[in-house]
Design a protein around this ligand. Structure first.
Ligand code: TYD
Length: 126
């Protein structure tokens, strides 16, 4: 993603399937009104790809491939974090009024989630 179409009326950022992002978006959802100190995520996906954007405010995303963890602060509406399959993610430090926009490659499927960390490590090492 990038900053596009900026003028004194404001900004527009465009996301196009398979162009700006490497998949076709089948589902969009957003998190908001996350209570102070709250966290989200705490799971991995087997197949799903996602692009996460701080549409407003800021929050941290910690990604973990089972070996290495890295934390990204998202705080620009024109920047997206791509999460490929098989990555554990934790989201926290949501600022007041922040909005976490998620563009997803597949429809909702609970069977695609791994919600237990030990199961995630086993799944990675199989
Ligand atoms: P979950 O993905 O676990 O949220 P987060 O990672 O943000 O903490 O989803 C929370 C609940 O919402 C869970 O019970 C499933 C439901 N849900 C849907 O029904 N459809 C969806 O597309 C999403 C993302 C969640």
């Amino acid at each position: 993603m990038d900053k596009h179409h900026s003028d004194n009326k404001g900004n527009i950022t465009v996301v196009e399937n398979s162009k700006t992002i490497p998949f076709d978006v089948k589902r969009t959802y957003y998190l908001y009104d996350v209570p102070g100190g709250g966290s989200r995520g705490a799971h991995a996906h087997k197949e799903l790809q996602q692009m996460i954007v701080a549409a407003s405010g800021s929050f941290d995303v910690t990604l973990d491939d089972g070996n290495v963890k890295r934390t990204f602060t998202l705080n620009r509406p024109y920047q997206g974090l791509l999460i490929v399959p098989g990555i554990w993610r934790d989201l926290n430090n949501f600022s007041a009024g922040s909005v976490c926009l998620v563009l997803a490659s597949e429809k909702y499927d609970e069977n695609d989630y791994i919600r237990d960390y030990e199961s995630f490590l086993k799944w990675k090492n199989k």
